[in-house]
Design a protein around this ligand. Sequence first.
Ligand code: CUA
Length: 367
Amino acid sequence: MSSDRFQVSDLRYRISILGFWILSSSWSLGTAFFLFIATTFLVSPTFAAAPTPVTSIFEPLSTPAQAIYEISLLVLAICAVIFLVVGGLLAYTIIRFRRRPGDEGREPPQVYGSNQIELAWTVIPILIVIVLILATTRTIYDVQSAVPPADALNATVVGHQWWWEIRYPKLGIVTANELHVPVTESSKRKPTFLKLESADVVHSFWVPQLAGKTDVIPNRRNVMWIEPTQPGTYVGNCAEYCGLQHARMLLRVIVHPPGDFEKWVAAQQEPAVDNPQVRAGRDAFFSTSCINCHAVKETKANGKFGPDLTHLMSRQTLGAGVISNTAENLRAWVRDPQHIKPGALMPNMQLTDDELNQVVAYLLSLK
Ligand code: CUA
Protein backbone atom coordinates (compact mmCIF):
# COMPACT_ATOMS: atom_id res chain seq x y z
CA MET A 1 0.00 0.00 0.00
CA SER A 2 2.67 2.46 1.00
CA SER A 3 4.85 1.57 -2.02
CA ASP A 4 1.92 2.29 -4.39
CA ARG A 5 1.52 5.74 -2.93
CA PHE A 6 5.23 6.38 -3.30
CA GLN A 7 5.19 5.44 -6.99
CA VAL A 8 2.21 7.59 -7.79
CA SER A 9 3.67 10.68 -6.10
CA ASP A 10 7.08 9.98 -7.65
CA LEU A 11 5.57 9.84 -11.13
CA ARG A 12 3.53 12.99 -10.52
CA TYR A 13 6.60 14.72 -9.23
CA ARG A 14 8.63 13.91 -12.32
CA ILE A 15 5.83 14.81 -14.67
CA SER A 16 5.31 18.12 -12.90
CA ILE A 17 9.03 19.03 -13.09
CA LEU A 18 9.17 18.14 -16.77
CA GLY A 19 5.89 19.96 -17.38
CA PHE A 20 7.11 23.05 -15.59
CA TRP A 21 10.33 23.08 -17.56
CA ILE A 22 8.55 22.59 -20.89
CA LEU A 23 6.01 25.28 -20.01
CA SER A 24 8.55 27.83 -18.85
CA SER A 25 10.91 27.19 -21.77
CA SER A 26 8.16 27.33 -24.34
CA TRP A 27 6.80 30.47 -22.68
CA SER A 28 10.17 32.25 -22.98
CA LEU A 29 10.90 30.94 -26.47
CA GLY A 30 7.34 31.65 -27.56
CA THR A 31 7.52 35.22 -26.25
CA ALA A 32 10.86 35.81 -27.97
CA PHE A 33 9.49 34.35 -31.21
CA PHE A 34 6.32 36.44 -30.99
CA LEU A 35 8.29 39.63 -30.37
CA PHE A 36 10.57 38.84 -33.31
CA ILE A 37 7.64 38.19 -35.66
CA ALA A 38 5.68 41.18 -34.36
CA THR A 39 8.54 43.64 -34.72
CA THR A 40 9.71 42.24 -38.04
CA PHE A 41 6.50 41.70 -39.96
CA LEU A 42 3.36 42.85 -38.19
CA VAL A 43 4.44 46.37 -37.25
CA SER A 44 6.09 47.20 -40.55
CA PRO A 45 3.08 47.75 -42.83
CA THR A 46 1.73 50.52 -40.56
CA PHE A 47 4.62 52.78 -41.47
CA ALA A 48 3.03 54.71 -44.31
CA ALA A 49 5.38 55.30 -47.24
CA ALA A 50 8.47 54.10 -45.44
CA PRO A 51 11.00 52.70 -47.90
CA THR A 52 12.73 50.18 -45.61
CA PRO A 53 10.78 49.83 -42.40
CA VAL A 54 13.34 47.99 -40.28
CA THR A 55 12.40 47.93 -36.61
CA SER A 56 15.02 45.52 -35.33
CA ILE A 57 17.62 46.14 -32.64
CA PHE A 58 19.69 43.44 -34.36
CA GLU A 59 20.53 45.70 -37.29
CA PRO A 60 22.08 48.70 -35.52
CA LEU A 61 23.32 51.61 -37.65
CA SER A 62 24.21 54.15 -34.98
CA THR A 63 26.88 54.32 -32.26
CA PRO A 64 24.66 53.89 -29.15
CA ALA A 65 22.54 51.23 -30.88
CA GLN A 66 25.72 49.33 -31.78
CA ALA A 67 26.84 49.35 -28.12
CA ILE A 68 23.43 48.06 -26.99
CA TYR A 69 23.47 45.41 -29.71
CA GLU A 70 26.86 44.11 -28.55
CA ILE A 71 25.82 43.88 -24.90
CA SER A 72 22.57 42.12 -25.84
CA LEU A 73 24.53 39.48 -27.78
CA LEU A 74 26.64 38.84 -24.67
CA VAL A 75 23.56 38.60 -22.41
CA LEU A 76 21.72 36.35 -24.88
CA ALA A 77 24.79 34.08 -25.22
CA ILE A 78 25.14 33.69 -21.44
CA CYS A 79 21.41 33.01 -21.06
CA ALA A 80 21.50 30.47 -23.91
CA VAL A 81 24.35 28.59 -22.20
CA ILE A 82 22.42 28.56 -18.88
CA PHE A 83 19.31 27.36 -20.72
CA LEU A 84 21.18 24.52 -22.42
CA VAL A 85 23.02 23.43 -19.24
CA VAL A 86 19.89 23.44 -17.04
CA GLY A 87 17.66 21.91 -19.71
CA GLY A 88 20.30 19.31 -20.61
CA LEU A 89 20.92 18.26 -16.99
CA LEU A 90 17.20 18.08 -16.33
CA ALA A 91 16.54 15.93 -19.41
CA TYR A 92 19.51 13.69 -18.57
CA THR A 93 18.33 13.24 -14.97
CA ILE A 94 14.76 12.48 -15.91
CA ILE A 95 15.79 9.83 -18.42
CA ARG A 96 18.80 8.35 -16.63
CA PHE A 97 17.07 8.00 -13.25
CA ARG A 98 13.61 7.03 -14.45
CA ARG A 99 11.76 4.26 -12.69
CA ARG A 100 12.92 0.80 -13.76
CA PRO A 101 11.71 -2.74 -13.01
CA GLY A 102 12.90 -3.72 -9.56
CA ASP A 103 12.67 -0.16 -8.19
CA GLU A 104 9.34 -0.91 -6.48
CA GLY A 105 9.34 -0.11 -2.81
CA ARG A 106 12.90 1.23 -2.91
CA GLU A 107 13.73 4.90 -2.37
CA PRO A 108 16.70 6.43 -4.18
CA PRO A 109 19.66 7.45 -1.99
CA GLN A 110 18.71 10.51 0.06
CA VAL A 111 21.27 13.32 0.13
CA TYR A 112 20.93 15.84 2.96
CA GLY A 113 23.29 18.75 2.61
CA SER A 114 26.46 18.86 0.55
CA ASN A 115 28.68 21.87 1.13
CA GLN A 116 30.37 21.46 -2.24
CA ILE A 117 27.17 21.31 -4.27
CA GLU A 118 25.53 24.15 -2.36
CA LEU A 119 28.61 26.34 -2.66
CA ALA A 120 28.77 25.64 -6.40
CA TRP A 121 25.15 26.54 -7.10
CA THR A 122 25.44 29.68 -5.01
CA VAL A 123 28.78 30.98 -6.20
CA ILE A 124 28.47 30.26 -9.94
CA PRO A 125 25.18 32.21 -10.40
CA ILE A 126 26.59 35.09 -8.35
CA LEU A 127 29.66 35.24 -10.61
CA ILE A 128 27.45 35.15 -13.72
CA VAL A 129 25.27 37.95 -12.37
CA ILE A 130 28.35 40.03 -11.49
CA VAL A 131 29.68 39.63 -15.04
CA LEU A 132 26.30 40.73 -16.44
CA ILE A 133 26.12 43.72 -14.06
CA LEU A 134 29.64 44.90 -14.87
CA ALA A 135 29.25 44.55 -18.63
CA THR A 136 25.82 46.23 -18.67
CA THR A 137 26.94 49.05 -16.40
CA ARG A 138 29.89 49.79 -18.64
CA THR A 139 27.66 50.02 -21.72
CA ILE A 140 25.11 52.22 -19.91
CA TYR A 141 27.92 54.46 -18.71
CA ASP A 142 29.51 54.66 -22.18
CA VAL A 143 26.19 55.61 -23.80
CA GLN A 144 24.91 58.01 -21.13
CA SER A 145 28.13 59.84 -20.38
CA ALA A 146 28.89 60.75 -23.99
CA VAL A 147 29.95 64.40 -24.16
CA PRO A 148 28.46 66.34 -27.11
CA PRO A 149 31.17 67.70 -29.43
CA ALA A 150 31.04 71.49 -29.91
CA ASP A 151 29.42 71.19 -33.36
CA ALA A 152 26.89 68.49 -32.41
CA LEU A 153 23.33 69.05 -33.62
CA ASN A 154 20.80 69.73 -30.87
CA ALA A 155 17.09 69.09 -31.16
CA THR A 156 14.16 69.02 -28.76
CA VAL A 157 11.51 66.36 -29.19
CA VAL A 158 8.14 66.99 -27.53
CA GLY A 159 5.74 64.05 -27.21
CA HIS A 160 2.06 64.91 -27.70
CA GLN A 161 -1.02 62.71 -27.80
CA TRP A 162 -0.35 61.43 -30.53
CA TRP A 163 2.44 63.01 -32.51
CA TRP A 164 5.98 64.27 -32.13
CA GLU A 165 6.90 67.94 -32.18
CA ILE A 166 10.50 68.44 -33.26
CA ARG A 167 12.33 71.69 -32.61
CA TYR A 168 15.80 72.87 -33.56
CA PRO A 169 16.11 75.91 -31.26
CA LYS A 170 19.45 77.10 -32.63
CA LEU A 171 18.28 76.78 -36.23
CA GLY A 172 14.82 78.28 -35.69
CA ILE A 173 13.05 75.26 -37.20
CA VAL A 174 9.90 73.56 -35.93
CA THR A 175 8.55 70.45 -37.63
CA ALA A 176 6.67 67.28 -36.75
CA ASN A 177 7.08 63.51 -36.74
CA GLU A 178 10.29 63.58 -38.79
CA LEU A 179 13.66 64.16 -37.22
CA HIS A 180 16.20 65.22 -39.84
CA VAL A 181 19.87 64.75 -38.97
CA PRO A 182 23.22 64.59 -40.78
CA VAL A 183 25.07 61.30 -41.24
CA THR A 184 28.26 60.53 -39.33
CA GLU A 185 31.25 59.64 -41.46
CA SER A 186 34.37 57.93 -40.21
CA SER A 187 36.28 61.17 -40.89
CA LYS A 188 33.68 63.48 -39.35
CA ARG A 189 31.38 62.65 -36.45
CA LYS A 190 27.97 64.34 -36.47
CA PRO A 191 25.98 63.06 -33.50
CA THR A 192 22.58 64.55 -32.64
CA PHE A 193 21.74 65.19 -28.99
CA LEU A 194 18.06 65.14 -28.13
CA LYS A 195 16.16 66.72 -25.27
CA LEU A 196 12.92 64.85 -24.68
CA GLU A 197 9.87 66.59 -23.22
CA SER A 198 6.19 65.79 -22.97
CA ALA A 199 3.20 68.07 -23.46
CA ASP A 200 0.79 65.70 -21.73
CA VAL A 201 1.38 62.09 -20.63
CA VAL A 202 4.33 59.70 -20.60
CA HIS A 203 5.57 58.65 -24.04
CA SER A 204 8.75 56.86 -25.06
CA PHE A 205 11.04 57.73 -27.95
CA TRP A 206 12.34 54.67 -29.75
CA VAL A 207 14.01 54.18 -33.11
CA PRO A 208 15.39 50.65 -32.73
CA GLN A 209 18.21 50.91 -35.28
CA LEU A 210 19.53 54.16 -33.81
CA ALA A 211 19.40 53.99 -29.99
CA GLY A 212 17.73 52.45 -26.98
CA LYS A 213 14.33 53.73 -25.94
CA THR A 214 14.07 56.71 -23.60
CA ASP A 215 10.91 57.72 -21.79
CA VAL A 216 9.41 61.13 -22.45
CA ILE A 217 7.99 62.36 -19.14
CA PRO A 218 5.89 65.46 -18.31
CA ASN A 219 7.73 68.11 -16.28
CA ARG A 220 11.03 66.44 -16.86
CA ARG A 221 13.72 66.68 -19.50
CA ASN A 222 15.42 63.43 -20.50
CA VAL A 223 18.37 63.38 -22.86
CA MET A 224 19.65 60.87 -25.38
CA TRP A 225 21.71 60.88 -28.54
CA ILE A 226 21.94 59.17 -31.89
CA GLU A 227 24.77 58.95 -34.36
CA PRO A 228 23.59 57.27 -37.57
CA THR A 229 26.35 55.94 -39.79
CA GLN A 230 24.31 55.44 -42.97
CA PRO A 231 21.98 57.86 -44.77
CA GLY A 232 18.39 56.71 -45.05
CA THR A 233 15.00 56.73 -43.38
CA TYR A 234 14.70 55.02 -40.01
CA VAL A 235 11.34 54.25 -38.48
CA GLY A 236 10.37 54.15 -34.85
CA ASN A 237 7.36 54.58 -32.63
CA CYS A 238 6.15 55.64 -29.25
CA ALA A 239 7.08 52.81 -26.91
CA GLU A 240 5.01 53.68 -23.84
CA TYR A 241 1.24 53.27 -23.80
CA CYS A 242 -0.13 56.81 -23.94
CA GLY A 243 -3.78 56.43 -24.85
CA LEU A 244 -6.10 55.41 -27.67
CA GLN A 245 -3.76 56.13 -30.60
CA HIS A 246 -0.51 55.09 -28.93
CA ALA A 247 0.17 52.48 -31.60
CA ARG A 248 -0.15 55.15 -34.29
CA MET A 249 2.31 57.60 -32.83
CA LEU A 250 5.00 56.79 -35.34
CA LEU A 251 8.13 58.71 -36.07
CA ARG A 252 10.92 58.59 -38.57
CA VAL A 253 14.47 59.80 -38.58
CA ILE A 254 15.75 60.98 -41.94
CA VAL A 255 19.51 60.80 -42.12
CA HIS A 256 20.94 63.04 -44.81
CA PRO A 257 24.10 62.30 -46.79
CA PRO A 258 27.00 64.75 -46.33
CA GLY A 259 26.09 68.29 -47.43
CA ASP A 260 22.42 67.47 -47.85
CA PHE A 261 21.34 68.29 -44.30
CA GLU A 262 22.35 71.95 -44.77
CA LYS A 263 20.04 72.17 -47.80
CA TRP A 264 17.14 70.81 -45.75
CA VAL A 265 17.88 73.36 -43.01
CA ALA A 266 17.96 76.24 -45.51
CA ALA A 267 14.63 75.15 -47.03
CA GLN A 268 12.98 74.82 -43.61
CA GLN A 269 14.21 78.24 -42.54
CA GLU A 270 12.36 79.89 -45.42
CA PRO A 271 9.03 81.52 -44.52
CA ALA A 272 5.88 79.86 -45.83
CA VAL A 273 5.28 80.14 -49.57
CA ASP A 274 2.74 82.89 -50.28
CA ASN A 275 1.13 81.84 -53.50
CA PRO A 276 -1.51 84.38 -54.71
CA GLN A 277 -3.33 81.60 -56.60
CA VAL A 278 -4.44 80.03 -53.33
CA ARG A 279 -5.48 83.29 -51.70
CA ALA A 280 -9.08 82.01 -51.22
CA GLY A 281 -7.84 78.95 -49.36
CA ARG A 282 -5.46 81.05 -47.31
CA ASP A 283 -8.33 83.32 -46.27
CA ALA A 284 -10.53 80.31 -45.45
CA PHE A 285 -7.72 78.79 -43.37
CA PHE A 286 -7.07 82.02 -41.46
CA SER A 287 -10.76 82.64 -40.79
CA THR A 288 -11.40 79.24 -39.18
CA SER A 289 -10.15 77.96 -35.86
CA CYS A 290 -7.31 76.07 -37.64
CA ILE A 291 -4.98 78.83 -36.49
CA ASN A 292 -5.78 78.28 -32.81
CA CYS A 293 -3.84 75.01 -32.96
CA HIS A 294 -1.49 75.30 -35.93
CA ALA A 295 1.34 77.68 -36.73
CA VAL A 296 2.51 78.98 -40.09
CA LYS A 297 5.73 80.93 -39.68
CA GLU A 298 5.52 84.72 -40.03
CA THR A 299 1.72 84.75 -40.16
CA LYS A 300 -0.91 85.28 -37.49
CA ALA A 301 -1.30 81.49 -37.22
CA ASN A 302 0.75 80.64 -34.15
CA GLY A 303 -1.18 77.87 -32.41
CA LYS A 304 0.88 75.44 -30.39
CA PHE A 305 -1.38 72.40 -29.90
CA GLY A 306 -0.93 70.89 -33.36
CA PRO A 307 1.96 70.45 -35.78
CA ASP A 308 3.61 73.51 -37.38
CA LEU A 309 2.37 73.69 -40.99
CA THR A 310 4.94 76.10 -42.48
CA HIS A 311 6.49 73.35 -44.62
CA LEU A 312 3.75 70.75 -44.31
CA MET A 313 4.26 69.31 -47.79
CA SER A 314 7.95 68.65 -47.17
CA ARG A 315 6.91 65.86 -44.81
CA GLN A 316 6.37 62.24 -45.82
CA THR A 317 3.30 61.42 -43.76
CA LEU A 318 0.21 62.83 -42.09
CA GLY A 319 -1.18 62.03 -38.64
CA ALA A 320 2.22 60.90 -37.27
CA GLY A 321 2.92 58.25 -39.89
CA VAL A 322 -0.64 56.98 -40.30
CA ILE A 323 -1.06 57.88 -43.98
CA SER A 324 1.37 59.07 -46.62
CA ASN A 325 1.27 62.78 -47.37
CA THR A 326 -0.49 62.96 -50.74
CA ALA A 327 -3.05 65.49 -51.99
CA GLU A 328 -5.80 62.88 -51.79
CA ASN A 329 -4.89 61.80 -48.24
CA LEU A 330 -4.53 65.41 -47.12
CA ARG A 331 -8.05 66.13 -48.33
CA ALA A 332 -9.42 63.05 -46.52
CA TRP A 333 -7.55 64.07 -43.37
CA VAL A 334 -8.83 67.67 -43.33
CA ARG A 335 -12.38 66.55 -44.12
CA ASP A 336 -12.54 64.15 -41.18
CA PRO A 337 -9.41 63.42 -39.13
CA GLN A 338 -11.50 61.38 -36.69
CA HIS A 339 -12.26 58.87 -39.43
CA ILE A 340 -8.54 58.26 -39.99
CA LYS A 341 -7.30 58.64 -36.41
CA PRO A 342 -10.17 58.41 -33.91
CA GLY A 343 -9.50 60.35 -30.73
CA ALA A 344 -6.94 62.73 -32.26
CA LEU A 345 -7.29 66.32 -31.01
CA MET A 346 -8.10 67.68 -34.48
CA PRO A 347 -11.88 67.81 -34.92
CA ASN A 348 -13.94 67.53 -38.07
CA MET A 349 -14.14 71.23 -39.05
CA GLN A 350 -17.43 70.71 -40.95
CA LEU A 351 -16.08 72.54 -44.00
CA THR A 352 -18.23 72.77 -47.11
CA ASP A 353 -16.81 71.11 -50.21
CA ASP A 354 -15.74 74.50 -51.58
CA GLU A 355 -14.00 75.47 -48.35
CA LEU A 356 -12.39 72.06 -48.16
CA ASN A 357 -10.99 72.36 -51.69
CA GLN A 358 -9.70 75.86 -50.98
CA VAL A 359 -8.07 75.00 -47.65
CA VAL A 360 -6.46 71.87 -49.12
CA ALA A 361 -5.16 73.91 -52.08
CA TYR A 362 -3.58 76.36 -49.62
CA LEU A 363 -2.06 73.56 -47.53
CA LEU A 364 -0.67 71.92 -50.68
CA SER A 365 1.17 75.16 -51.43
CA LEU A 366 3.06 74.96 -48.10
CA LYS A 367 6.07 73.15 -49.46
CU1 CUA B 1 2.91 58.24 -27.12
CU2 CUA B 1 2.50 55.94 -26.74
